[in-house]
Every structure is written in C-alpha cells, then in structure tokens.
Design a protein around this ligand. Structure first.
Ligand code: ARG
Length: 629
C-alpha cells in the first residue's frame, strides 16, 4: 500500500492513507508544493530531504528552500514558509518548523512511525524489489591456474559476492562468473616443465604447482628489467607472456611451451588430461578458501579463459569485418579517439590476448546470457583495460541485449591491501601473502579471542564446548576480514591490521556480530512467550525508541542505495549506526525490567525487528551471525 497524495478542496496537498514510507510521502508532498508555489518549470525538483542529525530539530530536514530561494530571488525563509503553507502533512507529521536560513524541520507523528515499522516488519523488511528479468553477471575471483590465490583475489571474491547478495536481495538473478586464468602460454609453460620433469600430476598440491610455475617463468625470462616492471605493477601473467624474448635459452623454453600450447589447442588427449589436472589442483585449494569465506561457488561458476578460446577468431572477425580494427605493424588493434594507446586484439604471430578474451566474455554475457548489467570486480590497476574493453564491446554492438536493453558495464576497481609499512602486504621473507595464510591467521585470532572471552565468569559463552567456540571464533575471524574489506570506499588502499579488525569495539565486523548475539540473548532471556510480543503494538514514547525506529525504517533505502551504486559500505555504515542506536535504546529502555507488560512486549518486538534487520544485513555482507558470543 502507498501513501495516496490527494488534492483537497482548498488546493492543499494532503495525505489519505498512511501505510508506506513517510519519507517517500514527504518527498511527493514537497515536490508538489514546489510546483504549486514556483510553477510547472520546477516539476521534478528534489526537495532534498535528509535525516536530522539532532533530534531536537525533528526527524527530517527539507533543505530545498535554500537553493530555490537563491535561484528565484526569494528570501529562503519566505519560500520555506510558502511551501509549508501549500501543503498539509498533518496525516503523518506535526506542523513543520522553519529554522535557520530556511530549513524546514519535520517531526513525524508517532503513529506514522509505528505504521511504518508495522509495514516493514513483514518478510521483506521494507526492501523494494527490482523487476528486471535480465541476469546480472558478476565477474569475481579471477584466480590463475597454477598460482596461489593472493589478497587481490580475496578482495575480488568478497566484494563480488557481497554485491551478488545485495542484488539478489532485491530480486535480481545473479550469475557469478570466475574468469579463471586457465589458458595461454604461461599455463603451457608450466605444463611442459612438469611433464619434462616427470612430476606425478595426481599428487600435486598448489604449493608445488606454484613453485613450478615460477620456475617455468624464470627459465623463459629474458628481459629482466621488463619483467621487473611487470611484476612490480603486478600486471598479471598474461602480460608477462605477451612480452618479447631475446635470450636464447628463454627462447628455447618458450618455443617448447609454444608447441605445447599448439598441441593443447589441437586437443591432444594426454595434454588435455594433464592440463585438467592442473586446473583441478588449483581449484581444490580455491574451493577450500571460498568455503572458509562462505562463498558458494563451484565448477559451474567457472568461465575461464579457456571457455572462450573457440570464440576468439569470431570476435576478432567481427571487428575486422566491421571496419572497427586496423593493422599496426602486423598486429590488429582497435583505436579510440583521444587515447594514446590502441587496444591490441591479435598479435602479429596470430595469437590472441587477454583483451580479446575479455571481449569474447562480454559478447557471451550479453548475447547468450542476455545480461543487462556486467560488473567486474577487479583490481584498480586494470582500469584502462576495462575502459578499452567496454568501449570496444559497445562499438561491436554488445552494449545492447538481444531484446534491446542497454547494458550497464561497470568495473569496480578496488585498492590494494597494505602491510603496516603501507606497502603491499608481504610476508617476512618478502613473498606475497597468500590468501590461505591470511584466512588461517584470521581464524586463529578469532578463535583465540572467543576462547579468551569465554573464560570470563559472566560470559554467555562460558559453558560452550570447544567445538562450538571454535566455530564462533571462525565466524568472528572471517567476519572481521570481510567487514574490513567492505566497509571502506572500495577503491582506497587499506592497511591490513588484524588487531583493529578483530576488536569487539569500533567500526568492525565483530562489533556487529556481538550486537546481534546480544539481541538474541535478550530475546532468549525475556519472560514472555513469542505469541505475547510477536504482534504487540509498537510503542515509541522514549526518544531512544524513536531514534531506533527512525533508523530501522531507513533499511530499505540503505539496501537500495548499495545496489544502485554498488557500494557495500553503505550497508556497513547503516548496520554500525543501527547497532549504536540499539545500544542507546538498550541502555535507556529496560526490556526485562520494563515498567509494564505492554511496554515490555513492544520493546521485545522492537528488539526482534532490529535483530532481523541486523541479521539480514550481515547476510548481505556474507558475514555469519552467531546467536551467542
Ligand atoms: N586473472 C586475472 C588476474 O589475476 C583477473 C581476471 C579478471 N576478470 C576479467 N574478466 N578479466 O589479473
């Protein structure tokens, strides 16, 4: 049900029913009042409604009068008064106040707040749904065969999965696709080497495989300075393979690898079987890490580079025959106006590149999967690559789905994870930190913290067995890492500081998990049966109850904002504020010792609604919410 905005006989805008979101209603009323006062050319003007920072000034502030006053040459306070005179908010709010230079302060009537909480307390929790049947593709994880997952893949996986959960929460179908680096010369190199060394591929683990990969790279390495640049910028194995060789030995091992690649491409059964073993070995370790991260992906999510290998000639043809690509010293390139570097799509030796594969992936996602939103969660250093790929794909006509919808292609660039020295995270011996070791450390720290706390006499976890404590500790450790990864502006680098991340106080995952567990504990301990509170009328007479209610009713907006702007940190910030408001409520409004039963049941219900919203939010972030901590 919606607020119906009707015109009463005196021409004032009024509200007829009171069942949906009061902010939406205020928005409609003020937008109409602006047109009434200033004329039709102001239709569609945003009334600029914001939550008030200080409850003394009401619940919301309407700020449009300032900007409009300037524009129309009316003193803003006068304009504010005219707007207020042109509408009637009495169904949901007290008479508005005009303050300062021309703010309009709105205080909602308690019964309007109650009606809103009532409406959101159903299963949907006030979150609006998107009705778009096109799938959304999220390109995440992006590990490379024969290499350890590193911290960048961790970020890609955590962020990509959270975005997937947020979009799914609003009703979208999400295809999580792992653009595995499983094809090309680097893979052929390591494969050749392992076969030449007679290594038993069945008993291989990822650490050995990773070592063999490096050795194979080293033996094919010639241009050390060029390699150093590639490595320093961590541009990826693809670029490494694309470098020219000058050194003789290196040339020989590359030639051997090149032959292997050709045989592999031709489907040599022994080689294909061996290659599949490398993928299996890599993916076994990847799935273990994904499992620790609560990210459910399996082989069906793999859309590796090899998946597109047969599409590449066709993709290049599309550019060539459409006149969108040109020759450049034997190679084929796509040029863009105003850009220095063209995008290479076929090398002079006929080989294809990382970019060619990405074009094939866009085509597949749009033309075959009919997706109208492609989200690439990849390291910020690949920004130019994606800009070129998206522009080239649009040139080729893949910016529109087969049924005529514009395709939104976005790169979500994320920053690096830094060590305490503000340099990219390294181990003591100077190696890149692997994902497995990082998650291992997080879990150990989470467990140590949970065990330590359980020793306190008053701790609710005091009597839990080791296995249960370990499980909670794991949730805390992983929750800490995930929250730290999601709670900042994604593109910023951040310092990996386990002490700060795992703290139960502050802007951390464990703080939210703990708040959730506390709500569960309050609900467990209260001397009321569920039937006694589950439909009890909300009462919001105390300021702290009111503040909590006002926060809760913004949950839908927070999720909507996160899904539109693809910013999980909006969810983090909301949940943090919600937990703080809850703590304020719990300090000021006794639940078990409430003065009356009706007040008690109303508070229990408010507590339960808060718990559900918090659990919903943690779920969107992919963070476990234990019920005891
Ligand atoms: N494998 C690549 C790397 O490690 C990431 C893949 C990202 N996804 C893509 N569609 N290019 O750098």
């Amino acid at each position: 049900m919606n607020w119906l905005i009707a015109c009463s006989t005196d021409g004032k805008r009024t509200l007829e029913t009171t069942h949906s979101h009061p902010v939406a209603a205020l928005h409609g009323l003020f937008a109409d009042a602006i047109v009434n006062v200033l004329g039709d050319e102001y239709s569609g003007t945003d009334p600029v409604i914001r939550a008030s920072r200080n409850p003394e000034f009401g619940d919301f502030q309407v700020n449009a009068a300032m900007g409009l006053g300037k524009k129309t040459g009316t003193p803003p306070r006068d304009l504010a008064q005219q707007l207020v005179d042109a509408l009637d908010v009495s169904a949901i709010a007290e008479p508005p106040d005009i303050a300062g230079p021309g703010f309009i302060n709105i205080r909602l009537k308690t019964n309007a707040l109650i009606a809103t909480l009532e409406a959101m307390s159903g299963d949907g929790l006030g979150i609006s749904m998107e009705h778009d049947l096109h799938p959304v593709v999220i390109d995440l994880c992006g590990v490379n065969v024969a290499k350890q997952m590193h911290v960048g893949h961790l970020r890609s996986t955590i962020i990509g999965d959270a975005l997937g959960r947020i979009l799914e929460r609003r009703g979208r179908t999400v295809l999580r696709e792992n653009h595995l680096g499983d094809w090309g010369l680097p893979i052929a190199m390591v494969l050749r080497r392992l076969l030449d060394d007679g290594v038993d591929l069945d008993s291989l683990d990822l650490t050995d495989l990773d070592a063999a990969y490096r050795a194979a790279q080293a033996s094919a390495r010639s241009d050390d300075r060029g390699m150093a640049i590639v490595e320093e910028r961590r541009i990826g194995p693809h670029r490494v393979a694309e470098m020219n060789v000058v050194d003789e030995d290196a040339r020989a091992s590359r030639a051997a690898a090149g032959e292997t690649l050709v045989q592999l491409q031709q489907g040599d059964p022994d080689l294909v079987a061996a290659w599949e073993k490398l993928i299996e070995c890599t993916m076994r370790a990847v799935y273990e890490s994904l499992d620790l991260l609560n990210v459910s992906m399996d082989a069906s999510n793999n859309r590796g580079e090899s998946f597109y290998r047969k599409h590449l000639p066709e993709v290049v043809d599309a550019f060539e025959s459409g006149g969108m690509a040109s020759e450049d010293a034997g190679a084929l390139v796509v040029r863009f106006d105003g850009r220095d570097r063209p995008m290479l799509i076929r090398k002079s030796d006929g080989g294809f590149l990382y970019a060619t594969t990405d074009l094939a992936a866009v085509r597949n996602r749009v033309v075959h999967e009919n997706a109208d939103r492609l989200i690439y969660v990849v390291d910020a250093r690949q920004r130019d690559h994606f800009r070129d790929v998206f522009d080239a794909a649009r040139l080729a006509g893949w910016g529109t789905t087969p049924d005529g919808h514009d395709v939104d292609m976005v790169h979500i660039p994320f920053g690096s994870v830094l060590g305490a020295d503000k340099k990219p995270l390294k181990t003591r011996s100077g190696e890149n930190v692997t994902l497995a070791s990082l998650l291992g450390e997080a879990i150990d720290r989470g467990r140590a913290e949970v065990h330590r706390r359980s020793e306190d006499e008053r701790s609710p976890t005091r009597d839990l067995d080791k296995k249960t404590l370990d499980a909670i500790g794991r949730a805390v450790g992983i929750g800490a890492v995930k929250y730290a990864d999601l709670s900042n502006d994604l593109v910023r680098d951040y310092v990996f500081d386990m002490d700060r991340m795992i703290a139960f106080e502050g802007d951390t995952g464990p703080y939210l998990q703990y708040a959730h567990a506390r709500m569960c504990s309050i609900l467990r301990k209260v001397d009321l049966n569920r039937e006694e509170w589950v439909e009890a009328p909300f009462l919001l007479d105390e300021p702290a109850e009111r503040a909590l209610a006002l926060r809760l009713m913004q949950w839908g907006d927070a999720v909507e904002g996160a899904s539109i702007h693809l910013e999980p940190h909006r969810i983090c910030a909301f949940l943090h504020e919600l937990s703080e408001d809850f703590n304020g409520f719990y300090q000021q409004c006794p639940v078990r010792q409430a003065p009356e039963k009706s007040i008690q049941s109303a508070r229990v219900r408010l507590c339960d609604l808060t718990r559900r919203v918090l659990a919903d939010g943690l779920d969107l972030l992919g963070i476990d919410a234990p019920d005891t901590m």
